[in-house]
Write a protein that binds this ligand. Structure first.
Ligand code: ADP
Ligand code: ADP
Length: 227
């Protein structure tokens, strides 16, 4: 069963076309890698699928409903309540502790602070972060910070986790460890994962790969992907 569908999506930044008729179907529960060269439109596609950017043309459907025509209030509620995000540089709040960073999505859901922090702490042993709960996130290593960011992306049990170059700032061994944890944790809770990466070693953790080239989505074999 598909959870997200993009149909003929186009989007330009001024004169720069980023997506030129991108179509993609994402199956519920799958881990999908979106590959492709720098500047091909991967991040733009991810941002459209997540309701962060609005396409100029085409359609995005989430869970059987039109996503791209929702107003900003509805889309931000969807991002907060239903989606999780992991970015290249973690983007943790450096002044907060690691556990406070992980608790943030739950606090935004209205979970009380003690319960949110308690739930956040459960992620630390699972991700090999024992003892780092109270460390200020600005004082973590790159690999530790990215695992904290992963916990933050998954703590609210999102239906879909959007990961944009989640290992891009890490050395390859650390990156593979993070991908391993990402895929295991997501499968455990049935979260669909869409991971943008230009690294084949990272994409190898996914169940399926597609390639974005010149703003269009292709299968690994080079065929354009229909919807
Ligand atoms: P990728 O993620 O594959 O590196 P992007 O989706 O980031 O590609 O970018 C696709 C194209 O759109 C590139 O030419 C990029 O420079 C351009 N682009 C992306 N974001 C913006 C933006 N905010 N303003 C202007 N151009 C942008
Ligand atoms: P990524 O590595 O995910 O493709 P980039 O480093 O290309 O990201 O871009 C980082 C941010 O800058 C993104 O939010 C993207 O939308 C924006 N951006 C990318 N290219 C341009 C551009 N040519 N002009 C303005 N903003 C851009």
């Amino acid at each position: 069963m598909s959870i997200i569908t993009a149909r003929d999506v186009t989007l330009s930044f001024g004169q720069t076309p980023a997506l030129r008729g991108a179509s993609l179907t994402v199956e519920a529960g799958e881990v999908l890698a979106v590959m492709g060269p720098s500047g091909s439109g991967k991040s733009t596609l991810l941002h459209c699928l997540a309701g962060i950017l609005t396409p100029d043309d085409g359609e995005i459907h989430f869970d059987g409903r039109r996503l791209d025509t929702l107003d900003e209030t509805a889309r931000s509620a969807l991002r907060r309540d239903t989606f999780g995000f992991v970015f290249q540089f973690g983007q943790l709040v450096p002044e907060l502790t690691a556990e406070e960073n992980v608790a943030l999505p739950l606090l935004l859901h209205g979970v009380r602070r003690t319960a949110a922090v308690r739930a956040a702490r459960e992620w630390f042993p699972r991700l090999g972060l024992d003892g780092l709960e109270r460390r200020r996130s600005g004082e973590l290593s790159g690999g530790q910070a990215q695992r904290v960011a992963l916990a933050r992306g998954l703590v609210a049990r999102p239906r879909v986790l959007f990961a944009d170059e989640p290992t891009g700032a890490l050395d390859s061994l650390t990156g593979e460890h993070v991908m391993d944890l990402l895929v295991d944790s997501a499968r455990e809770q049935g979260t669909t994962v869409i991971v943008v990466t230009h690294e084949p070693r990272v994409a190898a953790y996914a169940g399926r790969e597609v390639v974005v080239r010149d703003g269009k989505v292709h299968s690994l074999a080079g065929e354009p992907v229909g919807s």
